[in-house]
Design a binder for this molecule. Structure first.
Ligand code: ZN
Length: 57
């Protein structure tokens, strides 16, 4: 298990999430996270912890 922090693009809030370490992590650059701030799901880059489409933020 790993703890990640990302910024929700909908609410602009910083969100801390615990994610499972998956065996196929190296094959998938992005993972789905359920966002507690806005209730939606976001694509999060595993290596940079940036959201898809918000890499510059
Ligand atoms: Zn969100």
């Amino acid at each position: 298990m790993s703890t990640i922090t990302f910024r929700c693009p909908s609410t602009r809030q910083y969100v801390q999430q615990i994610v499972a370490d998956e065996t196929d992590a190296e094959r998938n650059a992005y993972m789905l996270v359920n966002c507690p701030a806005c209730g939606k799901v976001h694509f999060l880059n595993r290596s940079t912890h940036k959201l898809l489409g918000h890499e510059r933020e």
